[in-house]
Write a new protein. Sequence first.
Length: 198
Amino acid sequence: MSTRSTAAVARSARAERVLTGGAGVLAILLGAGALVLGLGWLGTGRAARPVLDPMIRDWLLANRPWVLGAGIALGVLVFVLGLRWVVRSLRPESRPDLRIDGAGPGRVTITAAAFAEAVRTDAARVTGVSRAQARLVGSTERPALRVQLWLAEGTDVRAVWQQLDETVLGRARESLGVDALPTAVRLELDSARRRRVR
């Protein structure tokens, strides 16, 4: 999968991964430091001493107003960043409207819902597809497409894929005037319809 196609697969979680990974690395380092200290590798009496060195403690007490101010500022900064992270994580994924024919009064805008519905209708007409869903995601500058297909039993997947790429996605790229449209396609076998026993 190319880097461009990642937007089609799922919402980017890079920030969440970096933050969680950083917190995990910090926790590992603190745990390893406590283990090294407790085992006495830094000296036999070091484990019995206070966690905060007396010199550092004296310096903090001597500069108490500055230390309190820096601590409060750091706390507020962490709170704001955490709040921003929560809001970003809970915000619904954007569905961009696409602009065609440049700018100005002659500009044409296609809504994300209309484009997705057109792709869904085309995909549902592919031989062997019983149901289809489509969703346009990403940004206006870099749109991506998610397509989910339910295949009837005994369908030739290779034929469905070829028809989808050439007809449905080809028409979508042509309508947008782009050479490439990152697309994630999910295929599922449609459950057999229940038959009534008479």
